[in-house]
Ligand binder design. Structure first.
Ligand code: ZN
Length: 194
């Protein structure tokens, strides 16, 4: 997958780095900039700075830094072209079709689909935690362990029922089964294939 720089510039101009990073880091305004706890190293006092005017971030603790693409690459663990696609899709910026070469595109597409499956699966598990009877017991257990609703939500804690292939049942209409299996979230066993 190849992009010309124009498209990268276009995406960069269209998305605000503060808005993008806010989805991952709780930012607080400090002067002209924003600060928060660095998502790339463990810390208790914020040394992670986001510069809105210059559209870049920098951490004084671990020296992580860069533009919005670098941030998405690091936080989502994807490549530059994938980060471009990720942001373009998320913020509704139409992709130039001619920029995709077929072979690389299918691999990248697959990775993005797997990412999508993982995100949807997280939702399914989170739903299970609150709405299934087994899940409610698990929730009760988490509460007893002292986890707050907020923490449970923040860390995307969910519940995966042991008995059923919940991901397959929930996502098989939306995704091809080979990719669901590839995601590692679906169990393949004899009783299912019979
Ligand atoms: Zn850091």
């Amino acid at each position: 997958m190849k992009f010309n720089n124009n498209f990268a510039e276009q995406v960069k101009a269209a998305v605000d780095i503060v808005r993008v990073i806010s989805e991952y880091v709780r930012l607080r305004k400090a002067g002209a900039n924003y600060v928060g706890l660095c998502p790339f190293h463990s810390e208790n006092t914020p040394s992670f700075h986001v510069h809105q005017a210059q559209q870049f971030y920098h951490c004084f603790g671990c020296n992580a830094g860069g533009d919005v693409f670098k941030f998405i690459q690091s936080v989502e663990r994807i490549t530059f072209p994938e980060s471009l696609k990720f942001l373009a899709e998320k913020y509704g910026i139409p992709m130039p079709k001619a920029d995709f070469s077929k072979e690389q595109d299918s691999t990248a597409k697959e990775r993005l689909t797997l990412l999508d499956i993982n995100q949807k699966a997280t939702k399914v598990f989170k739903h299970q935690l609150r709405h299934s009877s087994e899940g409610k017991q698990a929730l009760q257990y988490l509460m007893e362990r002292g986890l707050s609703e907020k923490t449970i939500d923040k860390f995307d804690i969910g519940y995966a029922p042991s008995s059923s292939n919940i991901i397959f049942h929930s996502l098989s209409k939306e995704f091809p089964s080979d990719l669901l299996i590839k995601s590692g979230l679906v169990l393949v066993n004899d009783s299912d294939s019979r």
